[in-house]
Design a binder for this molecule. Sequence first.
Ligand SMILES: NC(=O)c1ccc[n+]([C@@H]2O[C@H](COP(=O)([O-])OP(=O)(O)OC[C@H]3O[C@@H](n4cnc5c(N)ncnc54)[C@H](O)[C@@H]3O)[C@@H](O)[C@H]2O)c1
Length: 356
Amino acid sequence: MDKVVVELEERSYPIYFDYEGFDRVGDLIKKHVRSSKTFVITDSNVYPLYFEKIEESLKKSGFDVTHEVIPAGETSKTMEMAQRLLEVAYDSGLLRDSSIIALGGGVVGDIAGFVAATYMRGIDFIQIPTTLLAQVDSSVGGKVAVNLKKGKNIVGAFYQPKMVYIDISVLKTLDKREVLSGLAEVIKYGVIWDFDLFTYIEKNLEDILRLKEESLTHIVKRSCEIKAKIVSLDEKEENLRAILNFGHTIGHAIEALTGYEKYIHGEAVAIGMVYEARLAFNLGYIDEGYLERILNLIKRSGLPADYEGIEKTDMLNAIKLDKKMREGKINFVLPVGFGKVDIVSVKEEDVLKVLK
Ligand SMILES: NC(=O)c1ccc[n+]([C@@H]2O[C@H](COP(=O)([O-])OP(=O)(O)OC[C@H]3O[C@@H](n4cnc5c(N)ncnc54)[C@H](O)[C@@H]3O)[C@@H](O)[C@H]2O)c1
């Protein structure tokens, strides 16, 4: 089976790529965990679609399986929910050598990972991501977290899984809007790292949107390779890993100012990429041709390229509140060439000029 390895010395782990292959998942997981006791955390949308298949495969491989279903959506990513899951883990008799499996999108992955990182000071953790966003981004790299009322992902850890299992066929049941949200992150990898990936998406966009196996497998695998490489070079985001935030500085501000309701994550990132690319153009880092290609690809995909109803000054304040603000300057990840970005300190007045 195809795989990509996240190289982190003794904590290295594989990302497996499969297609309608859930019958193999139990045997694969067995190779990467210490005992047969496992706890599957999933959400209310994913549970009826895929849990039974996974449970069957796990049981066939000798696992003793318990599970818990959390309500689908970001509002489940809380300390209260984590506490409930930790208590279920304890009541089910999970021990230090047991494992937790996250079956779902980024919400499930983040909270299940947080529970795995904290239960008995950390037990084996497996990711089975089921959204495009989780497959290309959140399941790889070990960031796990829950939200506080006042801020997203404030409580968390770096906690790498033992393996990631990606079945691309599960994307068939995903909402179109969620597919596009994940695609925004794939476009991001093209801009920050691999311009061949960017041109591949330009050429194969229709097939990707039709969820054709070959093109989908290509973009998911390439995205995982890129994220794996970046994480292996800078696991704790001391420098290089920050480039993954292209589009996110303005994207996060848009999400926060619209109460996390109007736009889903990838949509806000798409708009953020358009504005940050415009900023790069205004500052002379990229030419107009490249700016147009980024804008056109986002528009052709069906992702939003613009926001409405946010005042310039509110946006600037929200950007300044973001954790990427250091020593009075606003740090942006800006494109500086095809498949290349830099971290640039930008003056407030230049940011204001690009905002509506
Ligand atoms: N840890 C990281 O590095 C990282 C990176 C990016 C985002 N995130 C986090 O990820 C979260 C967003 O993740 P997401 O976009 O996957 O959202 P999500 O987990 O809420 O999933 C989106 C929706 O799709 C449903 N769903 C999932 N898989 C499905 C399938 N195969 N078929 C049908 N429906 C399915 C879910 O139930 C949910 O309703 C946010 O909390 C964000 O903070 C984390």
